[in-house]
Design a protein around this ligand. Sequence first.
Ligand code: NAD
Ligand code: MG
Length: 379
Amino acid sequence: MKNISIIGSTGSIGTQTLNIVRLNPDKLKVLAISGNSNIDLLEKQILEFNPKICAVMSSENAARLKARIPSSTRIISGMQGLLESVCLPEIDIVVTAISGMIGLQPTLEAIKHNKDIALANKETLVAGGRLVMDLAKKHGVSILPVDSEHSAIFQAMQGNLSSAVRKIILTASGGPFRGKKREDLLRVSLEDVLKHPNWSMGEKITVDSATLMNKGLEAIEAKWLFDVSMDQIEVVVHPQSIIHSAVEFVDHSVIAQMGYPDMTLPIQYALFYPERISNHNPSLDLSAIGNLTFEKPDLNTFPCLGFAFEAMSIGKSMPIVLNKANEIAVELYLKNRIGFIEIPELIGNVMSRHTPIDVGSLEDILAVSEWTANNIRSN
Ligand code: NAD
Ligand code: MG
């Protein structure tokens, strides 16, 4: 039996993780869950899974939830609550299903308490990659990828030495605006942006997929997870989302992982690694799919992907600025305060005004993030 904590249990990855628990009650037990504001869903999850702890961000929401549920689940609030929810002694693995770099602190806390991490929360690695990976090494914990591309790479690497990796081929669906030009993007609606062709996900990552920032964040995530340089990462647009990514080795053999776009497999692979367990997914029918196609990404129309590579080549604090600027820009966009094409404008603008500094600690990262929030503007 594996005991798990899920940070962000009410979201897309969180609810899909709970589905896997539901199907494997003899293998997984939920000890802690957490969420931001959806206390109706947290209430249902508590009644079904009876976790020891549930963390809710605001204290008012925590008090409202507490009045509705049995006393066997302790309700805690704020960042302190989130931190407590990952470090109960019996927890084996923490699923980071929270969205945004708010996940950094609980991830570091979990590692300090020797918990393995099933990592969905890519913003954490973009902002704090070195800190997270160094701490994980020090505590001997595994960071198991949940992101489908990184799960594919991880699966392709099994049985191979990391020194034999020549290149990572990171596939991208291209998002809802593949093939469009910048002028076309002036007229897209929020509804168009949120209509991803292949995946159903939370709003933030869906916007990131439309700007291609998601692929940029994933390239940085891959750099940290697999200890490669950014030059070793090639992004290829593959609209069918069947090949989830591939690894080329020094002998030019390329190993790819395939499947229908469905997060069940990457989540369960991370939870049960190195074991593979059966599930109810359909078998891949290649002849029904017919064609798998590939093309180069269009960096002129989708500058966010280029910004991510640029931020990593500059290094130091720049990836933190990239990530925070993107989080703020996406939030402004979702609140209808800026247009779709202003997302890259805001990010490029604040990056150009940032003088990179060395970052060594969580405090440094939070300070750069605050600098970004104070300096982001569209002119
Ligand atoms: P989502 O928006 O559906 O869910 C986010 C979860 O985080 C919710 O439970 C929400 O309550 C919680 N949360 C957000 N802010 C919070 C706060 N301040 N305090 C406490 N809880 C908070 O997002 P998602 O699509 O599930 O994505 C989660 C993470 O996984 C992201 O980093 C995303 O990039 C990554 N990811 C998602 C998918 C996917 O298919 N959805 C695939 C790969 C990677
Ligand atoms: Mg992905």
